[in-house]
Design a protein around this ligand. Structure first.
Ligand SMILES: Cc1ncc(COP(=O)(O)O)c(C=O)c1O
Length: 430
């Protein structure tokens, strides 16, 4: 089904190219949006397309405005206010490992930078470890620890010193790899300030860390005195079943947790939550930003948090998770050739697609399917190389879920029949 880019879309895309620097061109699809409502993006070409990635997990409740009663109650940046305290108290209550404090920020990247500073200040050590395929953000510190969705950093270096990326131990890592990597970390354990990890790697395709590896790492951290930092920017708020994704590993405790994205209910806000003695290690003025913890974001976040908590309590998030699993089971039965496997947990899922000749590393097959979904009225993305991102809003109705599943299956069937024209590959950017 060829997509005919209409004049209004073409004009907006041209203006974008002229006005916005290339670094800020993120979409692989010819998408120009003029508004949004519910789970739908209103496109310049007059279509409404269903967003199946929750606005990159910033809009878990869709696009209808979440208006807290008290926006603007306390907009002054150099003091705290009641809404900030109220939200902090609710979030701290969910920190699973005892007493905690919190500091607010603006973005997930800046939250990662905060975690680096806390870890260095608290331990007096410098080295920070993360894993290949992790995404922790694009400020200098965070970008140094990131290896996915990143061009080269060669021309903008030097990056933050004393940061090391180690190979990723995923669910199917072999025992030898796990023990070799733990030994490597043990060998430098005395120099490590923190290991920053995603319990479930988001942007590489929702890949959970190997359980034994994370438990072994935690045991080493207690013995050798480095901090465990769980980056929950994307996957907090019950995305993987539990409130924080690291809670899927009950034998592991995170000293610091980084939050972002949905935290501000659709506008920028981030936070680091951790044990009080660690949170007291940074002095005033060593990590402050004008809009950090601003009242409007806290008020919206608090309201969004309350709605999400109710949906969770009523089992709606679990129902959506189950619907995704059922969809996958049927899809795998009907399209065994194209559908390789389902990754992730809960409502953060990756659909690994194969090419027509059975290749699992063929990125064009996955791109063609997301392009065809876009043409048929659904927005999703490629994760890693060949994963289709399934991360729906918690407010989708059953009818909207079925609409989405129908579009995805239709696009996969079109791929199998060889109907998706190679011409769409001109939009593919990596
Ligand atoms: C796990 C994770 N950490 C950090 C970030 C960076 O957040 P931000 O883009 O708000 O700086 C992201 C963003 O995608 C993320 O998914």
């Amino acid at each position: 089904m060829p997509y005919k880019e209409d004049a209004a879309t073409a004009q907006l895309l041209r203006r974008h190219e002229k006005l916005i620097a290339p670094v800020q061109t993120l979409s692989e699809l010819p998408l120009a949006v003029t508004g949004a409502h519910g789970p739908y993006l209103e496109c310049a070409d007059g279509r409404e397309i269903l967003d199946f990635i929750s606005g990159a997990c910033t809009m878990n409740l869709g696009y209808d405005p979440i208006l807290p009663g008290h926006i603007g109650q306390f907009p002054f940046p150099y003091a705290t206010g009641s809404v900030q305290l109220e939200y902090a108290q609710r979030l701290i209550a969910l920190y699973p490992y005892g007493q905690a404090m919190l500091s607010y920020g603006i973005s997930g990247s800046e939250g990662t930078d905060a975690a680096i500073k806390y870890a260095r200040a608290y331990t007096g050590r410098r080295r920070i470890i993360s894993f290949a395929g992790d995404y922790h953000g694009k400020s200098y510190g965070a970008m140094t620890l990131t290896s996915v969705f990143k061009g080269g950093s060669d021309y903008i270096g030097p990056m933050l010193p004393e940061c090391r990326l180690l190979p990723f131990c995923g669910e199917d890592a072999q025992a030898e790899q796990v023990s070799a990597e733990l030994s490597e970390i043990e060998a430098q354990g005395g120099e490590i300030a923190a290991v920053i990890f995603e319990a479930v790697q988001g942007d590489s395709g929702f890949l959970p860390l190997h359980r034994g590896f994370l438990e072994g790492l935690y045991e080493l951290s207690r013995r050798m005195g480095f901090l465990m930092v769980s980056d929950e920017s994307q996957l907090a708020f019950w995305r993987t079943g539990s409130f924080f994704s690291v809670e899927n590993y009950p034998k592991v405790q995170a000293d610091l947790i980084v939050m972002g994205k949905f935290l501000g209910g659709g506008i920028p806000l981030s936070a680091v939550i951790g044990r009080p003695e660690i949170m007291k290690s940074l002095r005033p003025l060593d990590h402050d930003f004008t809009f950090a913890g601003n009242a409007e974001a806290c008020a919206r976040g608090l309201k969004a948090f309350g709605i999400t908590k109710t949906l969770q309590a009523h089992g709606r998030i679990a129902e959506i998770a189950k619907a995704l699993e059922d969809f996958y089971a049927g899809l795998k039965r009907r399209h065994p050739q194209a559908v390789a496997r389902l990754t992730g947990l809960g409502t953060a899922r990756g659909l690994w697609l194969r090419s027509q000749d059975g290749r699992e590393d063929d990125q064009t097959a996955c791109f063609k399917v997301i392009y065809e979904c876009f043409v048929r009225g659904l927005y999703t993305q490629r994760l890693g190389s060949s994963f289709l991102r399934l991360e729906p809003e918690y407010t989708l109705t059953n009818e909207q879920l079925q609409q989405a599943f129908g579009i995805i299956e239709g696009a996969i069937a079109a791929l199998e029949r060889g109907e998706i024209d190679d011409a769409c590959l001109k939009w593919m950017r990596r």
